[in-house]
Design a binder for this molecule. Structure first.
Ligand code: PGA
Length: 252
């Protein structure tokens, strides 16, 4: 991995976590010691209700807090939605966009995700843009084409290594305990990097590509060691500070 691509391990809490669970975020901040902070970036994305508290709680730590989605507009008549500006105001520095659960549950299209990414940048947030194929698409051998189309359609034109992270999450690996081989992951990440290079030239070498889908302490080292893998987007195993830190420590 080129020196400029500092690994990022990001936790996606999804719709989990009450005020009482905020202690886990404090424990992550405590475990994110100097050795780890010298090596990798660490991010936790709790539900929106906890962003403000979590960001305040870890203000003295290099641990960063992010959101899980944002609306494309800054404000207005959009009941129940949250803007990128609101997340930034609450202390978030990044936002996950286009997660497969949002693409499926909320019918989010590539075009919507593109607009949300531009909204994230407008508010000064890093956009973590998720892509990934279904089991049927993988079985049919279409995964490269599907992922390339998602990257072309949902990563906006002004992406830079600073404002954008891509997360490759094969849908069949999310929450299932199934994982692709490190070779499979490297192949797809290489294909994503090639699409980014067509779009962004040299800058593509600096854009981080995370792997997500059943990353656990016992498989992290192999998955994160694969070529072109610049970190992980971790769901279930990010809910417990010990497991999340164990994944992060696979870089040490
Ligand atoms: P998982 O979720 O680690 O629980 O598989 C990953 C994700 O959906 O971001």
């Amino acid at each position: 991995m080129p020196a400029e691509r500092r690994p990022l391990v990001a936790g996606n809490w999804k719709m989990n976590g009450l005020k009482a669970s905020a202690g886990e975020i404090g424990a992550v901040a405590q475990g994110y010691d100097a050795a780890l902070a010298a090596r990798i970036d660490l991010l936790v994305c709790p539900p929106a209700t906890l962003v403000c508290k979590a960001a305040a709680d870890v203000a003295q730590s290099p641990l960063v807090i992010g959101g899980q989605d944002c609306h494309a507009k800054a404000c207005g008549a959009h009941t129940g939605d949250i803007s990128a500006e609101m997340l930034a105001d609450a202390g978030a520095k990044a936002v996950i966009l286009g997660h497969s659960e949002r693409r499926a549950d909320h019918h989010e299209s590539d075009e919507m995700i593109w607009q949300k990414a531009e909204a994230a940048w407008r508010a000064g947030l890093t956009a973590i843009i998720c892509v990934g194929e279904t089991e049927e698409q993988r079985t049919a051998g279409h995964h490269h084409a599907v992922v390339a189309r998602q990257v072309r359609g949902s990563v906006p034109d002004d992406a830079t290594p600073e404002n954008t992270v891509v997360a490759y999450e094969p849908i069949w690996a999310i929450g299932t305990g199934l994982v692709p081989t490190p070779e499979d992951v490297a192949e797809v990440h290489g294909a994503i990097r090639a699409v980014l290079a067509q779009r962004f030239g040299e800058a593509a070498q600096g854009i981080r590509i995370l792997y997500g889908g059943s990353v656990k302490p016992d498989n992290a080292k192999a998955l994160l060691g694969a070529a072109d893998v610049d970190g992980a987007l971790v769901g279930g195993a990010s809910l417990k500070a010990d497991d999340f830190l164990a994944i992060a420590r696979s870089y040490l």
